[in-house]
Design a protein around this ligand. Structure first.
Ligand code: ASP
Ligand code: MG
Length: 410
């Protein structure tokens, strides 16, 4: 007998019929003698609908009230699933985040989980109940309702698995696993049987939207055995997220190609090349709570240099305004340039640690396609480049092929 946490995303609970299917799957696991805790998202589209409704009332909705509102989507699905399970003759009980309770800090709309009490859940599990817990929701120390950020139900699932020391956390979604890249761009993309936790972390942060990044961090920290599966298929093992030390299979050098169009590039031209400049520019950006990703500074000519960095596209206008008003005049910079038509393409793989020349192969492939690289950043297990957005698909396809990701591994 195992304790299994199953998390189902919005499309998997998109209507009553699908919720009945989820109930059938849960019943199957229960019949095998397992204890099951189910974590649910809201029906697909519901959270967006609620946010839009709040915005009709207030252009910038009050964060506390927004969380009261957007947490309701999950409360609907847990009740419906509990009903469906009871109809199948199972003992089932729904739990909101605050009934568990899942204690968080008070950062509305992006709260972090601080503590999960497992006593009530354990007692119910021992009594034979299937527990159906609302994802995405928490409660702060003062009893205020909080939510965990978009996609936060993944994190609820993983956090519950950690708190209950579950044998496995299964994330059911509308794809059947983690792919070498997005199959909508490269039809030859393959499903990975396994991916290491570190690679998954890179893939998630670089734009693969299969899992919320926080959930992957959580899984890493608490060593939760995590598996991504399709809720629309009866069979299949999905993709298992492994830890390097317990993974002695032959690893590909590159596991996947990630990409995103979420960033924009800003260049401050002709700044004096002297101590304190990076701090003056990026300090002001950080003070405005804007996250910076890639940064490059050129060598100087005549004591002046150019300084470029990327921010999320949503923060682009705000960053430009802030630099224009305060920083550029104070620095005596020559010009301020912005480019929102960029994308970031990355190759990811723990094999890069032990193989040289991987990054240069990437650069060669891009040059053969005539694609100009604007920025580069590397870590132990990834190399990312910023290129013109219009070449994104071409770059991803060429790299996928060049690194043999379309070839099944023996
Ligand atoms: N319903 C929330 C969202 O759409 C949380 C989730 O589905 O994971 O972001
Ligand atoms: Mg999701």
């Amino acid at each position: 007998m195992a304790l299994i946490v199953q998390k189902y995303g919005g499309t998997s609970v998109g209507n009553v019929e699908r919720i009945r299917n989820v109930a059938q799957r849960v019943a199957k696991y229960k019949a095998q003698g397992h204890q099951v805790v189910v974590v649910l998202s809201a029906m697909s589209g519901e959270t967006n609908r609620l946010i839009a409704l709040a915005r009709e009332m207030q252009s910038t909705p009050d964060p506390r009230e927004l969380d009261v509102m957007i947490s309701t989507g999950e409360q609907v699905t847990i009740a419906l699933l509990a009903m469906a399970l009871k109809d199948l003759g199972l003992k089932a009980k729904s739990y909101t985040g605050w009934q568990v309770p899942i204690l968080t800090d008070n950062a509305y709309t992006k709260a972090r989980i601080e503590d999960i009490s497992d006593e009530k859940m354990r007692a119910d599990l021992d009594d034979g109940y299937v527990l159906v817990v609302a994802g995405f929701q928490g409660v702060d120390g003062d009893g205020n309702i909080t939510t965990l950020g978009r996609g936060g139900s993944d994190t609820t699932g993983v956090a519950l698995a950690a708190a209950l020391k579950a044998d496995e956390c299964q994330i059911y979604t509308d794809v059947d696993g983690v792919y070498t890249t997005d199959p909508r761009i490269v039809p030859e993309a393959r499903k990975l049987k396994t991916i290491t936790f570190e690679e998954m972390l890179e893939m998630a942060s670089l734009g693969s939207k299969v899992l919320q990044i926080r959930s992957v961090e959580f899984a890493g920290k608490y060593k939760v055995k995590l598996r991504v599966l399709s809720s629309f298929e009866e069979e299949g093992d999905g993709t298992l997220i492994t830890f390097e030390e317990d993974d002695n299979m032959e690893q590909a050098i590159i596991s996947g190609i990630a990409f995103n169009r979420d960033e924009a590039k800003i260049t401050v031209q002709g700044v004096p090349d002297k101590p304190g400049i990076a701090y003056q520019i990026l300090g002001a950006v950080a003070d405005a709570n804007i996250e910076v990703d890639m940064i490059i500074q050129n060598i100087s000519k005549d004591g002046k240099t150019d300084f470029s960095f990327t921010v999320n596209r949503n923060d682009f206008a705000r960053t430009i305004d802030l630099l224009k008003d305060k920083v550029v005049p104070a620095l005596g910079a020559q010009d301020l340039l912005g480019d929102t038509k960029i994308c970031k393409v990355s190759i990811v793989g723990i094999g890069m640690r032990s193989h040289v020349g991987i990054a240069s192969k990437m650069f060669r492939v891009l040059s053969e396609e005539g694609i100009n690289i604007q920025m580069i950043s590397t870590s132990e297990i990834k190399t990312s480049v910023v290129i013109d957005e219009k070449y994104m698909e071409l770059a991803v396809r060429a790299l996928h092929k060049a690194f043999d990701l379309d070839q099944p591994k023996g």
